[in-house]
Ligand binder design. Structure first.
Ligand SMILES: [Zn+2]
Length: 85
């Protein structure tokens, strides 16, 4: 099961991240870094892809937190595990 983000969705995430970044307290602050990383992933075309397993992150979780880098199963997994079938 996978989903990809439309260009329109990517654009709105970019706007939101740029706003978050503009509000970030200082360069190097954790929030700012998370936003910068997310924008870098947007530029690289891998935004919304889990950094552990490579699956798409659930859209509702990205909407809630655009800086999310893990899918739900990786986020909730007790430790990194490969469960491929
Ligand atoms: Zn994952």
């Amino acid at each position: 099961m996978s989903q990809s983000l439309s260009p329109r969705q990517l654009r709105s995430f970019r706007v939101e991240l740029e706003e978050l970044l503009a509000e970030a307290p200082a360069p190097g602050a954790p929030g700012g870094e998370a936003c910068r990383n997310a924008l870098a992933r947007l530029d690289a075309g891998v935004f919304g892809v889990c950094s552990v397993c490579g699956e798409f992150i659930e859209l509702n979780r990205l909407v809630a937190s655009p800086t999310e880098t893990l899918c739900l199963s990786c986020r909730t997994a007790p430790q990194r595990r490969h469960e491929r079938e």
